[in-house]
Write a protein that binds this ligand. Structure first.
Ligand code: NDP
Length: 465
């Protein structure tokens, strides 16, 4: 690497992708610096996956308390305190943030707490102190942020997931706009914590892109728990109605009053005022940075990874992109990120875990597919009055027997999707599943004991048996 530059690598953005790339390059002996304007850890650690999962755990206790008497427990008085949860969550996030920062330092990365912007193909400007530094390679890993919906009158009264993590009080009623991951997860969190929740989604069914069976079953399960779900509806405006309360006016004329209205309508790349225009970096129509298969922008010395590139907005994907970037640029081994069959989980209640093709996608891509489907009441519910079916589906190519997709709705579905991800990624066949011994008594054993297809889809037509 050339001594012409202050650093071999300068990383802008201290989230999952940026931190991983910086550490990995520094461990290879490269001179690396990183700048983060807010808190190290990025969306995932500070205001995303990690605090969300802690809130999910908190919200699950209500059902555990409801079910406990059927297992012989007598519970004393119990009540939920939002302030305690938020304080404990904040302490944990601070601990993780410190680990992120200290791991960078331990790896030999120069760590800066400032906003940094692009000034040239090899130049970065620190806005704090207005210092200019140079690097042979610059990695932009600035992530994204919750979309604010500027065209919605009254949007300024609404919260996004950012604010949801820091509300002073637990809302007694919430209207959530959107039908994706964040809308569905937060709807269940607030419902589990005792709020009245209305989910307003513009499409026909929530969670577009997931298997239709699971979408419908989850919708029904959430309604059964008391959530109101209004599909094919949208909010026209939001107004204040006094006492800190809001009214969400739907296009159809209905007005829903609530303590909070939350927007969960996707995320946008953090490219404003980043200097992309100054350096001539091409952006897509939504402001994301365009990159090639190796995460390189049209400016050869500048790379971009993670949510800012509008590829797949998931933490493990950003980390994988970081590893491929380092392999490509610093180890002389050009490596493309592999986006095929990315397993995913939605921490709804019940949970979704999925990998690979949905029934609908596979039926269009293959002449004949077999669907193996099991729907049953999980054993844990059998002593209780709860009846929330678990659903498992395997989508199999009839010609090769390859398992194209695996979809689970129910307890621990997220955990299952990680392991199913290995099987589907390895292109295992249904025969491999059949040859695998069941683990009994578990729910997951259904995945290896569905011997006969529930139905087939031949040339797009369903054929039973
Ligand atoms: P998603 O893309 O998942 O969902 C956005 C939702 O908002 C969709 O239902 C979309 O509708 C709707 N929408 C978009 N624009 C509008 C609009 N103008 N008015 C009304 N509705 C609108 O985004 P999220 O914000 O939920 O999450 C962002 C990303 O973060 C996710 O894509 C995911 O990659 C990641 N994430 C992952 C999690 C996990 O792994 N468990 C958890 C949380 C987030 P339509 O479907 O019609 O387009």
């Amino acid at each position: 690497m050339s001594e012409r530059y202050d650093y071999d690598l300068f990383v802008i953005g201290g989230g999952s992708g940026g931190v991983r790339a910086a550490r990995r390059a520094a461990m290879l002996g490269k001179r690396v610096a990183i700048a983060e304007e807010y808190r190290y850890g990025g969306t995932c650690v500070i205001r995303g996956c990690v605090p969300k999962k802690l809130l999910v755990y908190a919200s699950q206790f209500s059902e555990t308390f409801e079910d406990a008497p059927f297992y012989g427990w007598t519970l004393g008085e119990h009540r939920f305190d939002w302030a305690t949860l938020i304080a404990n969550k904040d302490r944990e996030i601070e601990r993780l943030e410190n680990i992120y920062r200290s791991n960078l330092v331990k790896a030999g990365v120069e760590v800066h707490a400032t906003r940094a912007v692009l000034e040239g193909p090899h130049e970065v400007r620190f806005l704090d102190g207005d210092r200019l530094v140079s690097a042979e390679t610059i990695l932009v890993a600035v992530g994204g942020r919750a979309a604010r919906h500027p065209s919605l009158p009254g949007a300024e009264h609404c919260i996004t997931s950012n604010e949801a993590f820091h509300l002073k009080e637990m809302p007694r009623s919430v209207v959530i706009l959107g039908g994706g991951y964040i809308a569905v997860e937060f709807a269940n969190i607030f419902l589990g914590l005792g709020a009245k929740v209305t989910l307003v989604y513009r499409g026909k069914e929530i969670l577009q892109g997931f298997d239709d069976d699971l979408r419908i079953e989850l919708h029904q399960a959430m309604e059964k728990k008391g959530m109101v779900i209004r599909c094919e509806e949208a909010i026209e405006r939001v107004s204040q109605i006094g006492n800190g309360r809001l009214a969400a006016h739907l296009f159809g004329g209905d007005v829903i009053e609530a303590d909070q209205v939350m927007l969960a309508i996707g995320r946008q790349a953090n490219t404003e005022n980043l200097g992309c225009d100054k350096v001539g970096i091409d952006l897509d129509e939504r402001g994301g940075i365009k990159v090639d298969d190796y995460s390189r922008t049209n400016v050869p010395s500048v790379y971009a990874i993670g949510d800012v590139t509008h590829r797949i907005q998931l933490t493990p994907v950003a980390i994988h992109e970081a590893m491929c970037f380092v392999e490509t640029v610093f180890r002389g081994n050009p490596t493309k990120p592999d986006f095929e069959t990315v397993p995913t989980a939605v921490f709804s209640q019940p949970e979704i875990g999925a990998v690979g093709m949905t029934e609908s996608a596979a039926s269009k891509a293959f002449p004949e597919i077999e669907i193996y489907r099991a729907r049953f009441r999980p054993m844990r519910q059998t002593l209780t009055t709860r009846s929330e079916p678990m659903l498992m589906k395997l989508v199999v190519d009839a010609a090769t027997r390859r398992v194209l997709g695996a979809h689970v709705l129910g307890p621990d579905a997220g955990e299952m999707s990680q392991l199913l991800g290995i099987a589907v990624k390895a292109r295992l066949t249904k025969d491999d599943f059949d040859r695998t011994m069941a683990v009994h008594p578990t729910a997951a054993e259904e995945l290896v004991t569905m011997y006969e297809p529930s139905y087939r889809i031949r040339n797009g037509e369903r054929v039973d048996g």
